[in-house]
Design a binder for this molecule. Structure first.
Ligand code: SAM
Length: 276
């Protein structure tokens, strides 16, 4: 019974489409499970002491959230963990160490999770997994380097991660080295327009106006048949963004949502004179 209650609490927190306060979680779970709020409060405290959930504070309000101070399964194959935590890797799993810091990208935000899941899905597809030519990947707005590391760990031979923030660049370099990938991943602040390479896969977790502005440039840097994963925007602008990329021959092949955030996976096709 207590295990089932803890499962309901955990799922309520993780699956909510916004941050929930401890009170809101207590109320929702007490109603769903038909138990009194005191029992729910005790079970929440237990989940916090086990490190499964944690309290966070934002603008004077406390929230209950999934804890990332332990290994967390971010997608079917990807597990994110702090470097000091031990994890027994299961067959087929990819474990990524991310050190705590100031840069965005510890795996907790839905936009990062969505991008990780999309990467896992695309690179697990036989079409890419069996590809003979070496793949080149680009992560625009790399933050901690989490998506660049995922690209490399999921089989992309050469990866570039770029960011305009010097703090992110330095943290990403540290994380790349923590994961033993310094030979495979280059982290840089070189502007996107100055990169002289074409990529077979690009991932970008950026604000909506930036993603829209970069559509032509990302198309320029992309090989025909390549895939771009866009994250960092709300469901409400998803259609508009897909339209902006369609102008450059990108076709939506996958779309996912979490907590009001959306993620698009698009494939670059040859443009016909009627468009696509
Ligand atoms: C939302 S964070 C994403 C971090 C990480 N990739 C993730 O998915 O968790 C966006 C990052 O993009 C960087 N950024 C913003 N605009 C950029 C641009 N035009 N070119 C490169 N990086 C940019 C920011 O400095 C920030 O580190």
């Amino acid at each position: 019974m207590i295990q089932e209650l803890k499962r309901i609490i955990y799922n309520t927190v993780v699956e909510a489409n916004r941050k929930m306060t401890p009170r809101e979680v207590e109320k929702a779970v007490a109603r769903a499970a038909g138990v009194d709020r005191k029992t729910v409060t005790l079970a929440i405290k237990n989940l916090v002491s086990l490190g499964e959930l944690t309290y966070t504070y934002l603008y004077g309000t406390s929230f209950l959230e999934r804890s990332f101070d332990r290994p967390v399964q971010a997608s079917k194959r990807i597990v994110i963990k702090p470097p000091d935590k031990v994890y027994q890797t299961q067959p087929g799993e990819v474990v990524i160490d991310i050190a705590g810091g100031a840069a965005f990208g510890d795996g907790a935000h839905p936009t990062t999770c969505l991008a990780l899941r999309a990467l896992d899905s695309v690179l697990g597809d036989n079409r890419y997994a069996d590809q003979k030519a070496p793949m080149k990947g680009l992560d625009v707005g790399t933050g901690t380097g989490i998506l660049a590391i995922a690209l490399a760990r999921l089989g992309v031979q050469k990866v570039v991660g770029l960011d305009i923030d010097p703090c992110a660049v330095s943290e990403a370099i540290h994380n790349v080295s923590l994961n033993g990938l310094a030979e495979q991943i280059t982290i840089t602040n070189t502007p996107l327009e100055e990169l002289a390479t074409y990529f077979s896969i690009i991932v970008a977790n950026l604000a909506y106006p930036t993603l829209k502005r970069l559509s032509s440039l990302l198309s320029e840097k992309m090989e025909m048949g390549g895939v771009v994963i866009l994250s960092g925007f709300k469901v409400s602008v998803c259609e508009d963004l897909a339209k902006a990329y369609a102008e450059y021959g990108f076709k939506v092949i996958q779309q996912e949502m979490e907590r009001g955030w959306a993620c698009l996976t698009l494939c670059k096709m040859a443009l016909t004179h009627e468009g696509i």
